[in-house]
Design a protein around this ligand. Structure first.
Ligand SMILES: N[C@@H](CCC(=O)N[C@@H](CS)C(=O)NCC(=O)O)C(=O)O
Length: 206
């Protein structure tokens, strides 16, 4: 089994952290293969044969079957390797985790990524940028960090009492914000406490 990833991109990192949490409990035979976005390796014919969208991550099974979309890959890993449970153990908990993971994707990772794509020089000759949309997305990202700080006042993790995929998505989004100057601020104690607790986990170095 092979996971195609890029070392700096947030979506592949979500899967690497998820996998590292699983590897603390299970032997998992999985090889990492770098596809460097900066070097445009994701636009080569060889990679487009794996994913015509040219997006990472992609999981390739030993029999050649392919899976893309971070959450689909994580779901597959969760089914094969149930410990620790990161997608929820019973119906309500599974739904709540899905809810929070979608919030972290749509309310945080999307605006953070849109800020980077539309304001950063890295994308200048790669995509058509709309700087105004980038600035609106920056504003949205900062508003969402303030909202998340309020949400975390009454619980240790984003979807409740236990680590879940929602924490992994949030961490990858927040760390990815740095390149665009989007950061947790000093007046966000709950988010700061959550961030310190999450980053103390060895998996987050993945
Ligand atoms: N929803 C997809 C998003 C995949 C995605 O946007 N990947 C980015 C890296 S974080 C990518 O490959 N970007 C290359 C590009 O936009 O050219 C997932 O979760 O897998």
């Amino acid at each position: 089994v092979k996971l195609y990833h890029d070392k700096r991109a947030p979506n592949p990192r979500r899967v690497r952290i998820f996998l590292a949490e699983k590897r603390a409990h299970h032997e998992i035979d999985l090889e990492l293969a770098v596809v460097d976005i900066a070097a445009r390796e994701h636009q080569t014919e060889a990679f487009l044969a794996l994913n015509p969208l040219g997006l990472l991550p992609v999981l390739e099974l030993d029999d050649g079957r392919l899976l893309r979309e971070s959450v689909a890959i994580c779901r597959y890993l969760e089914e094969l390797y149930p410990e620790p449970c990161l997608l929820g153990a019973e119906p309500y908990q599974r739904a709540v985790i899905e809810q929070w993971n979608r919030h972290m994707e749509l309310e945080l990772l999307v605006p953070v990524s849109q800020t980077f794509r539309n304001t950063h020089a890295f994308w200048k000759d790669r995509i058509e940028q709309v700087p105004e949309w980038g600035e609106l997305s920056r504003k949205r990202s900062l508003e969402r960090l303030a909202w998340l700080d309020r949400e975390l006042a009454d619980r240790p993790f984003i979807a409740g009492d236990q680590l879940s995929i929602a924490d992994i998505t949030a961490l990858c989004a927040i760390d990815f914000g740095r390149i665009s100057g989007i950061r947790i601020t000093e007046d966000q104690p709950n988010l700061t406490r959550w961030y310190q607790s999450i980053t103390s986990r060895p998996s987050t170095k993945a």
